[in-house]
Design a protein around this ligand. Structure first.
Ligand SMILES: NC(=O)C1=CN([C@@H]2O[C@H](COP(=O)(O)OP(=O)(O)OC[C@H]3O[C@@H](n4cnc5c(N)ncnc54)[C@H](OP(=O)(O)O)[C@@H]3O)[C@@H](O)[C@H]2O)C=CC1
Ligand SMILES: O=C1O[C@H](COP(=O)(O)O)[C@@H](O)[C@H](O)[C@H]1O
Length: 565
């Protein structure tokens, strides 16, 4: 296990071009240059990097760590809200997968903390259904994992309970500390205050705080939370998770755009007509309408996941792949986006499908946890504009909804019509580059090709990079696995910085306040449909053409019959 973690650290260190900041990277000697200062690309841990320390100091620190290897823990991961839904469905399973695959640093311990009095056996029982344990092969390893777990029951606002938690952490020895806030936002403030007061790591060990969304409800509440957190912690100690940034195809956007010569010259308003970024889910609120109703689809998905994807699609090339360079570019894009005009907004709410079965028969308002007559949107399409030289006039259409016809998240870049078309009218269709985030990751470029054979007409075809066939058997880690590992390693590339958050709320707050004040009735759409027709109309108005003529033939079936010779 130890070996594997080191291999990963080494592999990541090899990717200096990916700008990863490592929490720890033995052995340093191979890459150090005595007398020189650690530079951005010769990174050590982010905290060391921030202090711009010399190589000699880094070496001394590493030697010290190696000397004390035998004693104490290296890391303690604290799950706050350990009795909750996120903890059992995502955080514990993710820690288990990382542990099972030998990707965690050696001597990592886990401590659950929540008000409910639980034993480790209870925690294990709660999480087991989500941990995907291969029964015979992994039973021993699972035992090992839970042996490294502890649980402390305590309140969120009593400092003496956090003193108890601190004692449990200290019992593991001197360690780096990660606190994962799997908690409702209502207790963020007392919990972070108590961590700062009594649970911070000592000496040269670091503390990192992972914060889950929602990061506020609007610009004002988000700013309040940001000021609270920044008064307690340094920005490099804060990891704001947007789990879409951990998805393979979202991470791939940087490589696709900046690692290919073919895209950069056409990635602009001269060539692109519109860009659609979609999120669709085929189920409704599933009895969690009470929670959802407070936020609605704009806060739940659009203001964070879709806007984050937009920034990666629209940003300029950063000077390097260092986290701060990337996040600077993302912020610049956000600063260029004015709040949406109401004429570019369609809001919907699902109603039951009388012909459907089970949950599909129930509309949003039939959920007993949803307040009567709620006008909270469960679907939204919003066209945004990036007012800069590259994108002026190009609509970025963000579209998301619950209880739709399929599960899908994708980016669809639609190019302009061919100028001076010489083919029969209507035959040539627009090119489209589709980046499918989920399910079944794929990138395909819809393009025109001559119809094979004697024909001289053209037809729609594709360049197809379907991951399932191109990368057969490759393990695709879950978004949380990548992101939690990044926290261990001190890489903030895939985390949201406070100024990104500020801009994201600045863009959406006027619309959110309008909805709260004026309560416009969302358009009904039937459970299991594509959403309101008005959304398609808004897309047409914003220069997205859907022809419905494209037919994809799976690449596993050859359309050409093999000739018998
Ligand atoms: N490598 C691969 O795996 C490949 C897979 N394919 C698959 O082939 C299928 C077709 O691909 P695709 O490009 O992308 O085909 P189309 O251009 O035919 O469809 C594009 C999308 O347009 C949307 N749409 C449907 N009706 C309307 C409408 N009236 N107005 C506006 N939009 C509409 C649909 O999405 P929505 O309902 O979300 O609006 C649809 O998915 C897909 O299932 C795709 O995944 C294609 C190529 C390669
Ligand atoms: O953040 C959220 O995301 C999920 C969808 O995540 P996915 O990885 O399954 O696509 C969504 O269901 C939830 O409402 C939202 O809060």
């Amino acid at each position: 296990m130890f070996k594997k973690y080191n291999e990963l650290v080494e592999a990541k260190r090899g990717q200096v071009h990916l700008g990863l900041q490592l929490g720890r990277r033995p052995p340093y000697e191979q890459v150090s240059y005595p007398g020189q200062t650690i530079s951005q690309t010769e990174m050590a841990s982010s905290d060391l990097y921030m202090k711009n320390v010399s190589v000699e100091e880094v070496l001394a620190k590493i030697r010290d760590e190696v000397e004390h290897e035998g004693h104490g823990a290296s890391h303690v991961f604290v799950i706050l809200g350990a009795s909750g839904d996120l903890a059992k469905k995502k955080i514990y399973p993710t820690l288990w997968w990382l542990f099972r695959d030998g990707l965690l640093p050696p001597k990592t311990y886990f401590i659950g903390y929540a008000r409910t009095k639980l034993t480790i056996e209870d925690v294990q029982k709660n999480c087991l259904p989500y941990m995907k344990v291969a029964k015979e092969d992994e039973a021993g390893k699972l035992k090992e994992f839970f042996k490294l777990n502890d649980y402390v029951a305590g309140s969120y606002d009593q400092t003496q309970d956090f003193v108890k938690l601190n004692k449990a952490i200290e019992a593991k020895g001197s360690s780096n500390r990660l606190f994962y806030m799997a908690l409702p936002p209502s207790v963020f403030e007392p919990v972070t205050l108590n961590i700062k007061a009594v649970c911070m790591s000592k000496g040269d060990k670091w503390t990192r705080i992972v914060v889950e969304k929602p990061f506020g409800k609007d610009l004002e509440s988000s700013n309040r939370l940001s000021s609270h957190l920044s008064a307690l912690f340094k920005e490099e100690e804060l990891y704001r998770i947007d789990h879409y940034l951990g998805k393979e195809m979202v991470q791939n956007l940087m490589v696709l755009r900046f690692g290919n010569r073919i895209f950069s010259p056409i990635w602009n308003r001269d060539n692109i007509a519109s860009i659609v970024i979609s999120f669709k889910e085929p189920f409704g609120t599933q009895g969690r309408g009470g929670y959802f109703d407070e936020f609605g689809i704009l806060r739940d998905v659009m203001q964070n996941h879709l806007l984050q994807i937009l920034t990666l699609v629209a940003m300029e090339k950063p000077p390097s792949t260092h986290a701060e360079d990337i996040r600077n570019e993302k912020v610049k894009v956000l600063k260029s986006i004015p709040p949406p005009d109401l004429k570019n907004v369609v809001l919907g709410q699902y109603i039951g499908d009388p012909k459907g079965s089970g949950e599909a028969q129930l509309g949003y308002l039939d959920d007993p946890t949803v307040p009567k007559g709620s006008v909270t949107p469960t679907f939204a399409t919003v066209a945004l504009f990036v007012k800069n030289e590259r994108w002026d006039g190009v609509p970025f259409i963000l579209r998301c909804g619950k209880a739709l016809n399929e599960r899908k998240a994708e980016v669809r870049v639609q190019f302009k019509d061919v100028a001076g078309d010489i083919f029969p009218k209507g035959e040539v269709k627009r090119n489209e580059l589709v980046i499918r985030v989920q399910p079944s990751e794929a990138i395909y470029m819809k393009m025109m090709a001559k119809t094979p054979g004697m024909s001289i007409s053209c037809e729609e075809s594709e360049l197809d990079l379907t991951y399932g066939s191109r990368y057969r058997g490759v393990n695709m880690p879950d978004a949380y696995e990548r992101l939690i590992l990044d926290v261990f390693m001190g890489s903030q590339i895939h985390f949201v910085r406070s100024d990104e958050l500020f801009e994201a709320w600045r863009i959406f707050t006027p619309l959110l306040h309008y909805i709260e004040e004026h309560k416009p009735k969302p358009i009904d759409y039937v459970y299991g449909s594509r959403g309101p027709m008005e959304s398609d109309e808004l897309m047409i108005k914003n220069d997205f053409r859907y022809t419905g003529s494209y037919k994809w033939r799976s690449n596993s079936i050859s359309p050409f019959p093999t000739k018998q010779i």
